[in-house]
Design a protein around this ligand. Structure first.
Ligand code: PSV
Ligand code: MN
Length: 433
């Protein structure tokens, strides 16, 4: 595609910004004056937002599906190199997604060095590597149908452990610093599995994986209440996850995927407790209405997202020990262009972060101290209802990204160009779990 319309080209972005700049500057200065009256320096918030980044899941740039069907999108990436290309578009336009999180074996390539180089040349780094022992690969010796690292058969466990160790090998070459361990192991029927022994087997296998971690790596343990196991999952909630992280040692942390809880669970409370335990390792951000819906972040319940960020900002400001959560998206896009959904989600995270930074924490403390429930709630609402859009756009503008990422992307014609360059493939990797 010509550089004049290539969304990865800084000149294209600069020209797309040209017509929006005057309005942006006026909106930004108006918001700046309003915030000044509240004792807030807008530039400080803009700088913080500019530093916020979230990793793109490599599997997120393809069209997802449900258990019923998948309707492929046009111009989908067919391999990890093409996925990186799409991730670069997202990062250039938003300035908010500097890293990619890989999923193996979906993203296996013989050319890991080449992949690292390609990432570098596109301005992308690599975040946590996700292992996959929840499905079988063609030619695999033993099946994961009845579990992987918690399987009753030691040989299956060894195979699954070896895969995780291989993920560390790949991640080391790429410059990753974490392995995310999510397993689908569990039971569909009461009695199918000895629940205590399954957890003991988990710890035993996880210890072997943990032993292979370099000193500067972290193991991120991801829990999920159900699916694909519909009666009991081995690491079903943050309790099991925390027990495992505490048993394994200082390099093990808990990862919170927003879609992995029972309906109505207070996720911000879980976040606060994990911060307290010094074991909050990171997030898989997405949104949901019913279960693990993997909808775009902030699309269903932006207030919940804000409340999570309220806990994160609180922890950041009081310099909570061991607090360095990894931010990653984990979404499935069935009816939208994945690039647009991922851009929108990255922006929603920055929005929630900016809003949480606006909370008047001194006032909130006092209201809490005085048991003034109404004013405490109002203090949060005041921050949440502030339209921070000009801050988000300004942070992008300052980084050479787009004032209007989705509008600029649409005008560029990138997707049509991909449709021409990437004929439809039936073999796009990535299931929906
Ligand atoms: C499981 O539902 C999950 O959230 C895990 O993070 C997987 O690695 C990912 O989805 C993709 O299937
Ligand atoms: Mn996840």
């Amino acid at each position: 595609m010509s550089s004049a319309t290539d969304p990865r080209d800084p000149n294209y972005i600069a020209s797309a910004n040209e017509s929006l700049k005057v309005q942006q500057e006026s909106d930004y200065s108006m918001l700046g004056s309003m915030l000044e009256r509240r004792g807030i320096d807008i530039e400080r918030i803009t700088q913080a937002v500019g530093r916020f980044g979230v990793a793109i899941p490599s599997w997120g740039v393809g069209t997802g599906g449900t258990r019923f069907a998948r309707f492929p999108g046009v111009g989908e990436p067919r391999n990890i190199f093409e996925k990186l290309e799409d991730c670069a578009v997202i990062h250039r336009l938003t300035g908010a997604t500097p890293t990619v999180s890989l999923h193996l074996p979906w993203d296996y390539t013989d050319d890991i060095d080449g992949l690292r180089e390609r990432g570098l040349s596109l301005g992308l780094g690599f975040d946590a590597v996700n292992s996959n022992t929840f499905q079988d690969r063609p030619g695999q010796a033993l099946s994961y149908k009845f579990g992987s690292i918690t399987h009753t058969d030691a040989a299956v466990r060894a195979q699954a452990v070896a895969h995780n160790v291989d993920c560390i090998r790949v991640g080391k070459i790429l410059g990753s610093k974490a392995l995310t361990l999510w397993i689908g192991d569990g039971a569909n029927f009461p009695g199918q599995q000895h629940t205590a022994r399954a957890f003991e087997r988990y710890l035993q296998s996880a210890q072997e994986i943990y032993a292979a971690l370099p000193d500067d790596w972290r193991l991120l343990i991801e829990h999920k209440m159900y699916e694909p196991a519909f009666y009991a999952t081995v690491i079903q909630d943050w309790g099991s996850s925390l027990l495992a992280a505490q048993t394994l040692g200082p390099k093990a942390f808990c990862l919170v995927d927003l879609g992995h809880h029972a309906p109505n669970v207070n996720i911000e409370m879980i976040v606060a407790r994990l911060v307290h335990a010094r074991k909050l390792g990171g997030f898989h951000f997405n949104d949901s209405k019913y279960g693990d819906d993997d909808l775009d972040t902030g699309s269903i319940d932006p207030f919940r997202l804000f409340l999570i960020f309220n806990e994160l900002v609180d922890a950041e400001l009081r310099k909570a020990p061991n607090f360095q959560p990894a931010h990653m998206l984990d979404q499935s896009h069935n009816v939208t262009d994945p690039i647009e959904s991922l851009m929108s989600s990255a922006i929603e995270l920055q929005r929630a972060y900016a809003q949480a930074l606006l909370v008047d924490r001194a006032a909130l403390d006092q209201y809490q101290q005085d048991n003034d429930a109404l004013m405490a709630a109002q203090t949060l609402k005041r921050a949440f209802t502030t339209d921070v859009q000009p801050i988000l756009a300004q942070a992008r503008l300052q980084k050479g990204a787009a004032i209007d990422p989705i509008g600029s992307y649409r005008k560029s014609g990138y997707r049509t160009d991909c449709a021409n360059r990437r004929p439809a493939s039936k073999n796009f990797g990535g299931g929906i779990v």
